[in-house]
Design a protein around this ligand. Sequence first.
Ligand SMILES: CSCCC(=O)/C(O)=C/O
Ligand SMILES: [Fe+2]
Ligand code: NI
Length: 190
Amino acid sequence: MTLLHVMSDTDRNDVRLSTHDRAAIAEHLRPHDITLSTWRAVPLPGEPSEVDIITRYEQPARQLTREAGYEVVDVVSLRPGSDAETRKRAAEARAKFLAEHSHDEDEVRFFAHGFGCFYLHLDDRVHAVVCGPGDLLAVPAGIPHWFDMGENPNFSAIRFFRTAGGWVGNFTGDDIASRMPSLDELLDIP
Ligand SMILES: CSCCC(=O)/C(O)=C/O
Ligand SMILES: [Fe+2]
Ligand code: NI
């Protein structure tokens, strides 16, 4: 399941576009220099480890790394859990990425398992892009955005970086995420 849900940045109920059609989503994002592409999903165990992910997707990940010149590839995985420690870690991770930020390099993420939503703040519109298994999203440097992994995170994503420093966010200080629908709300859209 992939979703693009475009809203006014001052009114989440002012919806300009909402579609699950991957081709239409890619087409809509292209003029913004944002690329949504698809890798053939490979079968994974129910609770894939980081090693499962990187070995199953080694071939396309190596090809992308070679073609685009990425230096660092890592896997971010969060799994649901009801114990206090897991919930605390999930809440901390969620809060970090919910703060609007940009990066000095492109944000390139492949979803191998589960779901997450990128909210791309383009002029006066928020483009919420829910990514699921097989989705590769590439967002140019400098675009303000945030990411929601939901109340009970359950996803694995491969991240591609050009510089060895890994993840560095330039935070805007805007709490816009609190005024927009969460991943859990977007996943309920039929
Ligand atoms: C899906 S990877 C974790 C989120 C992340 O790296 C990022 O920069 C979100 O904006
Ligand atoms: Fe980011
Ligand atoms: Ni647009």
